[in-house]
Design a protein around this ligand. Sequence first.
Ligand SMILES: Nc1ncnc2c1ncn2[C@@H]1O[C@H](COP(=O)(O)OP(=O)(O)OP(=O)(O)O)[C@@H](O)[C@H]1O
Length: 784
Amino acid sequence: MPLSVSPSDDGKSADIAAEQEYLSLLYAKLDTERDLASRRLTEALRSAGSGPQAQAEREAATATHSDRLAQLSSVEQGLCFGRLDFAEGHDGDSPIYIGRLGLFDEDDDYQPLLIDWRAPVSRPFYLATAASPDGVRRRRHIRTLTRRVVGVDDEILDLGSAESSDHLGLAGEAALLAALEKRRTGAMSDIVATIQAEQDRIIRADLGGVMVVQGGPGTGKTAVALHRAAYLLYTYRRQLDTRGVLVVGPNSTFLRYIGQVLPSLGETGVLLSTVGELFPGLAATGTDSPEAAEVKGRLTMVDVLTQAVRDRQTVPEDVLEIEVEGETFTLDRATCARARERARSTLKPHNVARRGFVDELLDALAAQSAQRLESVVLDNVPDIPLAEDETDDGELLDARDLATIRQELAEDPAVLAALHGLWPKLTPQELLADLLTSPDRLDSAASGHLTDDERDVLLRLPGSLWTPADVPLLDELAEQLGEDDTEARARRARREREEKAYAEGVLDILEQDEEIFDEERIRVSDVLDAELLAERQDAASVLTAAQRAAQDRTWTFGHVIVDEAQELSAMDWRILMRRCPSRSMTIVGDVSQTGSPAGTSSWADVLTPYVADRWRLRELTVNYRTPAEIMNLAAGVLAEIAPELRAPTSVRETGTEPWQREVARDAVAGEARSIVDHELAEVEGGTVAVLVPADLEGPLSAELAGAGGTTAEDDNPRVSVLTVDRAKGLEFDAVVVVAPDEVVAESRRGLNDLYVALTRATKRLGIVHTGPRIPALSGAQSAR
Ligand SMILES: Nc1ncnc2c1ncn2[C@@H]1O[C@H](COP(=O)(O)OP(=O)(O)OP(=O)(O)O)[C@@H](O)[C@H]1O
C-alpha cells in the first residue's frame, strides 16, 4: 500500500530547541572555516614572488582555497540533516550528526562535529532498519529552514516497530514524504537527506567496471547517478581528481535541470555534457530528421567513414603532370599506387600515413630532377680524363645536392597542390561536410553499407549546421584521420626537457639545504624525482580536470556516468567508450522509455561489443515521483509496450485521479490557457507542462506565452510546452498530455513516448483528446 501523507509532528519543542543549539554550533564552525579559507585565499592572491615556481605555487594555493570556499558556501542550506543515536554497548555511545560535509573540532583532538554523508560511518543512516538496526537505536531527520531547526522526525529501530514497517522498507518516511510533496521549481534538488536503501547500495558501489542501473520512471535514477558522482569523488578523490568524472545527459534542457545538484553537494569537478558537446570547439546546433539521426547512429557508419577516408587517397588515371618553373615533372599511376600501398600498410591514420606517401613521391620527383640536371651537365661538359686516384661512380650529385633539390620541390606550390590532390591533409569537419553534401562521394563510401534511400536521407545542403548525431561521426573521423603532430611533438619534447632541467635545479637547491641542516634526513630525491616534480608543476595548473577535459577531445575520464542511456545510438556508445578506456562506468536508464529510433531496448546489445558480459545490473523498483493513481494508468500503457515488465511501485497516493476530456483539434489552442490556468491554481505555485505532438508545439507555445508569469528568458519556467523527447528526464507538478494519438503516431517506438509523457507528473495528470482515443488510457476519469 502506498503511503498517505500525514502532517508531521512539529510539537517536539524540547527536541527542536536542543537540536537548534547544536545546529548553531555547527554554523558557527562553518563561519569560522569560511573566514579561514577566505583569509588564505586573499593571502595566496597577494603572495609575492616571481618565476615559474612561485607562480605555480600561487596558482595551486589559489585554486585550493577558492575550491574550499566554494564548497563551504554550497552547504549553507541543509548543512546538517540527520542524527543517529546508538544502542547501549555499541562502540562510541555518543550520537553522530550527519550532513553535507565533515566538520571537526581542532580544540578537541579533531573530534567530528558533523560527519559527511558519504563517510562509511554515515551509512546506517540510510541502511539501518528495525529488523537490521546495525547498532542504531534512533534515526532522526532534522528539518531546517535557513539556519533554523523547524522539525525533527524520529524512527526508533527496535524489533517491535519491525513488524509494522511498510513493505517498501522506506527509511525516514516522514522526511521522505515531506520532500516528495514539495512543489517543483523546475530545477532538480539533491536527495541527500532521504536516500533510500536500494539507492544507497548503487550510490556506494565500487568504482571499477560497468554498472547498469535499470529502473522505471521516477525511481530516482538521475538522482542516484548524481549522488554517485559526488560519492565517488569523495571516496576516490586521488584517482578521480586528475582525470575527472563525466556525466552525460540527453539534452541541454535536462543538463540545466540537473545542473545545481552537484554544486549543492559541494562538488564542482564534474563535467556535465551531452554527447553532442563532446567535440571541443564545435557547436552542434542543427537538427537531423529522425531518419537521418537513426542512420548516422548505426555502427555501419564506421565502415562508411573508413571508405570515405580511403576514397580520399587517390592515384592518377594515367600520368599526372606537374609544371615546376617551366619544366614538366610526371607521376605515373604505378609509382603513386606503390606509394599509396606502402603508406596504407603502416596502418597509421590518414594524416599521419600521408607523410610516408608524400616522402616517396617527393623522392621520385627529386630523382627526375637529378636525372635531368645530370644529363644537362653531361651533355655540356667535355669528357675530362680521370686523375689516377679518381674513380667514376656515375653520380654527379651528392646526397646534399639531392636533399636541396627535394626541399625546393617540397616547397613548390604546384607540387604541393598535386600532392594535396592525391592525398589531402584533412580535418574531420572538412571530410564529413564533403561527404554529406556530395552524392558521388556518399555513393562511393556507402556502397554495400547503406541502401539508396538511406543515403538520400543523409545528403544535405552545403553550409548546413552540425547536428548532435554528427559529433560521434566527427570523433570517429578524428581517430581515423589522426593528426600529423611531428612538429607539435618536437615542441612538447623541448618544453618537457626544459621543465625537467628546471625541476632538477630545484631539487639540487633543496638537497644542498638538507645537507647543511640535517645529513641524516631522508633526501628529497629519495621520494621525488625530477620527472615527478615537473609533472606536479603541470598538474598544479588552476584548471580543474573537468575544465581541461572540456577543451580536449582526447581526454579520458576516471569515471563516466550516462543518464537516459537508453537513448544513445551505437555511434554514441563508441565515443563514450573512447572517453573511458578503463570502462569504469555507471549507466542509468529505462529501456521501456526509449524514444530515439537509434536508441536501444537491450543493455546487452549495446554493451557486449565493449565488455562482453562483464557488466552488472542493478534495479530500482520504487517510484518516488508519480503518485499511484497516475502510475496505475501508465502501467496499462507499459503492459502494452512490454507485458513482461512491471511498473515501479509508487511510494505515495494523492487521492487525485487523472482526468481526460475531448477538445476539437482546431479548438485546442483556444482552450489551452483556461486548462493551464486551472492546473496552475490546483498546484498552487508549482509547475505545469503541456506535452504535445511536434506540430502543436509552436501554436500552443504562442498561445501560452506569459502563462503563470513565465517569460521567454526563464530558466525554470512555471509553464512549459514541450514535445515528449524534450521532456525526457524532467518532472512537473501537473502535466497535460494533448493529442495522445498524435504523440503515439509520430513516435517511432510506438507507445514509449506516451509512457514517458504520462510519468512526468508529481501530482496531477490530464489528457486532452483531439482524435481517436487510445484504449490503454480508458481508465482516466472524464472531466468537464
Ligand atoms: N530518496 C529520495 N528522496 C527524495 N526524493 C527522491 C528520492 N529518490 C528520488 N526522488 C525524487 O523523485 C523524483 C524522480 O527522480 P529521478 O528524476 O531521479 O527519477 P528517474 O528514475 O531518473 O526518472 P525518469 O526515468 O522518469 O526520468 C525526483 O524529484 C527526485 O528528487
